[in-house]
Write a protein that binds this ligand. Structure first.
Ligand SMILES: Cc1ncc(COP(=O)(O)O)c(C=O)c1O
Length: 412
């Protein structure tokens, strides 16, 4: 037998990094503890009780009364894919509200489903005006309108009041990706009038990636159940297929997933128990803190981060009026290699800040403060560390200005 490197069989011992990028972030210790709880069989009454609790816990977090509020097993992208593949029938017109990478992802997924995709776009760093969305809906007459709430690629948050009404006026179903803002900024599925909203744990909810909360309106559920196709091996006389076209994915078939989360408990996948415990604990933490207090904490962190970066003499990316509170884009100073600074932050301070994608790659950093990391001391540590790393690279900055400015802005 070949000899094994002893490190391969040692216990995992990752460095204690402070994750101040656009997510993932450090999980709250209560979430990590919940994940180590004992496993249960998926139809154990305790397990189905926890599933029902999760449904109840996520309704206020999504700002909804929707019965169909549950989890998709997978990262946030899994819920996006489940929503779109279940709402969109191949050939349907889909309108994507696009102002960054994740809007383009909605286009990409819808295109793969076989939709006729149209876009109403804003340049990166801006959001799409509601009038432009209304005009595009009137022109395209889409079956589904899809939009991101907070697009971490640009750090912009799209205002969504009135969005659902615009979609419903022409009979379109609406979808919103709130992965990056759920429990950090005001998410109001019912007030927005949006049919399907999805999230992820690894941002403002303060958990690990791997479970994606979703909420589905009754209207959308009806549309999806019309496409119900009961899997061959579990057919029963009392279960009827819908008349609509079968959903083109088994794993992401929301009709089957809703049947699994309903009192029918129709078997689909094996619920990811430890991730369900994590999602449940994330929600309990958020509701225990109070959603308004949590939004205010994220807003304070965003204000403090912005003020500290500006006090350092750095320029923020994007439109001030539409910033996400939990992640801030900042231009890399002229002549500075952004990756060298990120490496220095990691090596000297054990702090991770984010790079950027597409047209912003090498031009901005994205610095987050969300969930368990939207804390005053973590923002101040990050700013102090960035100041030291920039100064060591020869950037001339007002030494000592960032931290007091951030502190003042936190309490403003
Ligand atoms: C707005 C937005 N949508 C979707 C995703 C994809 O999430 P995941 O990587 O968990 O699939 C991200 C991740 O950064 C995101 O920020």
């Amino acid at each position: 037998m070949p000899t094994l490197d002893p490190l391969l069989i040692g216990e995992i011992d990752p460095p204690q990094r402070l994750l101040m990028g656009p997510g993932p972030i450090n999980a709250h210790p209560r979430v990590l503890r919940a994940m180590s709880a004992d496993l249960l069989g998926q139809f154990d009454p305790e397990m189905t009780h926890y599933m029902n609790e999760v449904m109840a816990l996520y309704r206020p977090i999504f700002g909804t009364q929707n019965r169909w509020t549950m989890l998709i097993d997978g990262t946030a992208r899994a819920a996006i894919e489940a929503a779109l593949v279940s709402l969109v029938v191949p050939g349907d017109k889909v309108l994507v509200v696009d102002f960054g990478r994740f809007g383009l992802l909605l286009d990409e997924i819808s295109t793969r489903i076989g939709a006729d995709v149209h876009r109403v776009s804003a340049p990166w760093g801006k959001v799409v005006p509601m009038e432009a969305i209304g005009e595009a809906i009137a022109r395209v007459q889409p079956k589904v309108v899809a939009c991101v709430h907070g697009d971490t690629s640009t750090t912009m948050a799209q205002p969504l009041d009135g969005f659902g009404a615009l979609c419903r006026a022409t009979g379109a179903l609406s979808y919103v990706d709130a992965t990056a803002t759920l429990s950090g900024m005001d998410i109001a599925a019912d007030r927005w009038g949006v049919d399907v909203v999805t999230g992820g744990l690894q941002k403002c909810l303060g958990g690990p990636s791997g479970s994606a909360p979703i909420t589905i309106s009754d209207a959308a559920a009806e549309h999806i159940f019309a496409r119900r196709h009961v899997e061959q091996g579990i057919r029963r006389d009392d279960l009827r297929d819908g008349l609509g076209p079968r959903i083109g994915s088994n794993y992401f078939d929301l009709a089957m997933i809703m049947d699994y989360w309903s009192e029918k408990r129709l078997n689909h996948h094996t619920e990811a128990t430890s991730m369900l415990y994590a999602a449940r604990e994330c929600a309990r933490l958020a509701l225990g803190e109070g959603l308004e207090a949590r939004y205010a904490r994220h807003a304070a962190a965003g204000r403090a981060m912005s003020a500290g970066l500006r006090a350092m003499g750095l320029s923020l990316f994007g439109d001030d009026a539409h910033r996400m509170t939990n992640v801030t884009g900042v231009y890399i100073p002229q002549g500075i290699d952004g990756e060298r600074i990120r490496t220095a932050m990691r090596t000297h301070f054990e702090i991770e800040i984010g790079t950027a994608f597409g047209p912003l790659q090498g031009r901005i950093w994205r610095i987050g403060a969300m969930g368990y990391n939207a804390m005053k001391h973590k923002v101040l540590l990050t700013l102090g560390a960035l100041e030291a790393c920039l100064s060591a690279e020869g950037v001339k900055l007002p030494i000592g200005a960032a931290v007091p400015a951030a502190l003042a802005a936190w309490h403003a």
